[in-house]
Design a protein around this ligand. Structure first.
Ligand SMILES: [Zn+2]
Length: 587
């Protein structure tokens, strides 16, 4: 297949790669080993100031905003069982119990085991057990989907048994960023604690032997707190209004070196290098360090989407999330998040600058992917990771960062988790991908691949619907869309040598951005453009995914699902038609 990236700026890319140095990144990492960057804290403010100071030294223009973010910061937690007090950690957005705690009978609920990072955010469990008025004990980490479902089932408290000897911090709310009128009712409002495997095993034994009463005590700091948000802006020379947004989170659990001081260091080095060579950038680069990632559930990136939503919708070419790069033993590139239209582009860039083959997947409804409702093409969240074999040898269970090191979200995420060589290699990947988006004449996103993905998705859902809903109008519109995309992308090779401000090049790029605005929301969201989604897994074309249940459904339930899917098919078909029009107008 004809690639959308043309190495017209190969020598410039080499200059940028040569410019990369470990000095500024490693100095930041060492400084951050002394800062517990809890959101809203003095250490977080010092960390933001450190970045602002370095940017000033390098001459990089930047803003420091101070929005009020909604945070829930765990202060203390414990679990009392039979006169014994077990060590516990409350996730962000657990309820505060007060000193008396919440007491109840413990019931043990078996859940489907998580097998890989792909299942990490998912949850399913035995549905027969009555949880009303009970404290539920369950294996795994307190992911939002689990906490929400078990609260709905009537549990008054929840205890999660983490897989190893360490207890991991995290967040348990499904509310994305600051709550609004739609999402505020989804506050967990129930106490949640995590305990470790040995304590959990002993507790399971007790519960299986007879009735066990437990008391959960949690204390949280909750409310709206001012938090610093640093955004660097490096202006392009030809099309300055168009920009790439590259970002990562500044806040951490404890000193959080692998998650995410390494990412903060990476962003700083990218700002230094791209600013130094800004005279050769066609388009603009914005680099953001978010706060409230952990205790505000992507607070600052959501605030940014809320505050600059229209600007993002009009002019943002794509967003790139940088979380946990350059960690110890993380030498391979698989399980990487990217949207389908960016896949070939990412694989090629990684191969070109590291010699390694990469494999990726649909981005999870996680990380600072706070821009899906706007419809921004997106790539990367985590990047390099440990070889599968090494993970197995070490007996590591899946975690959500740190290159698969299980120090993730614990007190053990210290300096030894960062690796200079891996960080420098990952920096090469970021430099190449960013340079190519900023300078390639045509935006390197291949929506023909998304069209093909839509067809597979429709086929899967239509098969599951068992002829009880008519998919034909969606198929017709998709035929038209795919035909229009084929014609549009056929034009691209003849445009690649032209300047970026050539009217024909601009028209095709405009179409590519609009295609994203139309086709990404239907593939990742159920709500409106400037709204957001709950932090629970989202299937492809989520409006029509319930079609898969139709073959099994009966009576009222069947009618409800049919109604839901028909409405969803209208939304999806309309988007296919709009996408086809945009593509047709551009050729
Ligand atoms: Zn992270």
């Amino acid at each position: 297949m004809e690639t959308l990236y043309q190495p017209t700026k190969a020598s410039f890319e080499e200059t940028l790669l040569q410019e990369l140095s470990i000095a500024a990144p490693w100095a930041l990492i060492e400084r951050f080993t002394t800062l517990v960057r809890e959101s809203g804290s003095e250490d977080e403010r010092i960390a933001a100031q450190y970045i602002s100071d370095r940017l000033s030294e390098f001459g990089v223009p930047h803003q420091v905003y101070t929005p009020e973010l909604f945070l829930s910061v765990p202060i203390s937690a414990s679990l009392e069982v039979g006169g014994q007090t077990l060590r516990a950690k409350a996730p962000s957005c657990s309820a505060s119990t007060g000193p008396e705690g919440v007491s109840g009978e413990v019931v043990y609920l078996t859940r489907k085991a998580s097998t890989g990072v792909g299942d990490f955010f998912d949850f399913s469990a035995d549905e027969a057990l009555d949880l009303h008025g009970k404290i539920v004990l369950v294996d795994g980490m307190s992911v939002p989907k689990a906490v929400w479902e078990l609260k709905q089932r009537g549990a008054i408290g929840q205890i999660y048994i983490n897989p190893g000897v360490d207890i991991h911090w995290g967040t348990c709310t499904t509310i994305w960023g600051a709550p609004d009128l739609d999402s505020d009712p989804r506050q967990p409002n129930t106490p949640v604690v995590n305990i470790n495997r040995p304590d959990g095993d002993a507790l399971i034994k007790q519960v299986q032997a007879g009735k066990v009463e437990a008391t959960i005590r949690t204390e949280m700091k909750e409310g709206w707190f001012p938090c610093p948000v640093v955004v660097a802006e490096i202006e392009g020379q030809v099309e300055p209004e168009r920009f790439l947004l590259v970002h990562g989170h500044l806040d951490s659990w404890d000193v959080g070196i692998g998650d995410n001081a390494v990412g903060d260091a990476t962003l700083l080095e990218l700002a230094r290098v791209f600013h130094k060579h800004r005279d050769q950038l066609a388009r603009s680069l914005k680099i953001a360090w978010w706060t409230g990632h952990s205790t505000g559930r992507y607070g600052a990136s959501t605030w940014y989407a809320d505050t600059f939503g229209l600007e993002l919708a009009r002019n943002c070419i794509a967003q790139v999330d940088i979380d946990s790069p350059g960690c110890r033993w993380a030498t391979e590139y698989y399980d990487i998040s990217w949207m389908t239209e960016a896949e070939d582009f990412c694989i090629q860039a990684i191969r070109d600058v590291t010699g390694k083959e990469a494999a990726g997947e649909r981005p999870h409804q996680a990380g600072d992917y706070s821009f899906n409702n706007i419809g921004l093409s997106s790539f990367f969240m985590l990047l390099s990771t440990m070889p599968e074999k090494l993970r197995e040898e070490k007996g590591y269970y899946p975690v959500g960062g740190c290159g698969a090191n299980i120090a993730w979200h614990t007190e053990n995420d210290t300096l030894e988790i960062a690796d200079r060589d891996n960080l420098m290699r990952d920096l090469r990947v970021y430099v190449a991908t960013i340079q190519r988006v900023l300078n390639n004449p045509i935006h390197p996103f291949d929506f023909r691949k998304l069209g093909a993905e839509f067809r597979e998705t429709l086929d899967r859902y239509a098969a599951g619907a068992d002829n009880s809903v008519d998919f034909s109008m969606a198929y017709q519109a998709l035929d038209t869309l795919q035909g229009a995309l084929a014609n549009l992308y056929e034009r691209i090779p003849s445009l690649q040598g032209k300047p970026i401000n050539d009217p024909a090049v601009r028209a095709v790029n405009e179409a590519i951005l609009k295609l994203g605005r139309i086709l990404i929301p239907i593939n990742y969201t159920r709500h409106g453009r400037f709204r957001n989604e709950p932090a629970t897994p989202v299937p492809p074309l989520p409006d029509i995914a319930p079609a898969q249940e139709l073959a099994e459904a009966e009576g009222h339930r069947k009618h409800v699902i049919q109604t839901h899917v028909r409405r969803g098919l209208n939304r999806v078909t309309w988007a296919f038609e709009q996408g086809a029009e945009v593509a047709q107008e551009a050729y």
